[in-house]
Design a protein around this ligand. Structure first.
Ligand SMILES: [Zn+2]
Ligand SMILES: [Zn+2]
Length: 266
């Protein structure tokens, strides 16, 4: 099993410890996990210590020697952050990076916060989701990341305003994103956090996974997007594998030193 989306110390919204994840991964015999903190601050910032960052990783690797613990990051894609993302990629040899859209507009409406509710209340769905998918397309076209994170997270609070997310209504936009992924060799992640949030379905759900597979996309991984060790779960990952199989995928991938490694789903 693998879990390629975990948050810990360097994420502003998590206090989890990488060591706790390592202990759980060892107990559940995970083949690989990735620590993907939100590195949306400058690597030059005073509170950041590269040596400490790498020594925590080393300790976790010693704790669970049978599990590959990948050095990852989840970056927020925004035009104004591109230079900073390059700076991080020069500073650290990432095994794996996720590119995510976290803002709904150029003013700071965070897609996964309750503020998003106010934005949705004042914005027609075509505009709100339309803008989100435009930014997602740019993220895929950038080719800066190994995968695109939580593909349709616009529905996290969106479902409360616009009702259930219908992927067929957004099929043109979604397929455009998948083709951009293929052009830039960018994969997708099946992010399972939606199962514990309002949509009660992952980002993305089965129908959208099928579309991705139909477009020819093969590079796919799974992640719990845990922000606390209690959210780490082998049965959640198994549910993800089941969905991938049902959608027509034959392999699930994890990345080591930037290289994708496929594991059979059968
Ligand atoms: Zn995210
Ligand atoms: Zn995340």
């Amino acid at each position: 099993m693998i879990d390629y989306h975990l948050h810990a110390k360097y994420s502003n919204d998590s206090k989890a410890s990488l060591l706790d994840y390592a202990i759980l991964a060892k107990r559940e015999q995970f083949r690989a996990i990735a620590i993907t903190d939100h590195l949306d601050f400058s690597p030059e910032s005073e509170t950041y210590n590269r040596q400490e960052h790498l020594s925590i990783l080393e300790q976790a690797r010693k704790t669970a020697p049978e599990t590959y613990i990948a050095l990852g990051a989840e970056f927020t894609w925004r035009p104004k952050l591109v230079e900073q993302i390059h700076a991080w990629q020069e500073l650290l040899d990432f095994d794996y990076t996720i590119g995510s859209v976290h803002y709904l507009d150029e003013v700071n409406t965070v897609v996964s916060s309750r503020q998003a509710g106010d934005f949705f209340a004042q914005t027609p769905v075509e505009e709100a989701y339309g803008r989100y998918f435009e930014m997602l397309l740019l993220t895929a076209e950038s080719g800066l990341f190994h995968t695109i994170g939580h593909l349709d997270i616009c529905k996290r609070y969106g479902v409360q305003h616009y009702g259930a997310f219908d992927p067929h209504r957004w099929e043109v936009e979604l397929r455009r994103v998948f083709r951009a992924c293929l052009n830039t060799n960018t994969g997708l992640e099946l992010n399972l956090s939606g199962l514990r949030q309002y949509p009660k379905e992952p980002y993305p759900a089965l129908e959208t996974l099928k579309m991705a597979r139909q477009e020819g996309l093969r590079l796919i991984t799974v992640g719990s997007d845990s922000h606390r060790a209690e959210q780490f779960s082998a049965s959640l990952i198994q549910e993800g594998f089941r969905l991938l199989k049902e959608a027509g995928f034959e392999q699930v991938f994890h990345w080591r030193e930037g290289e994708p490694i496929g594991l059979p789903l059968a």
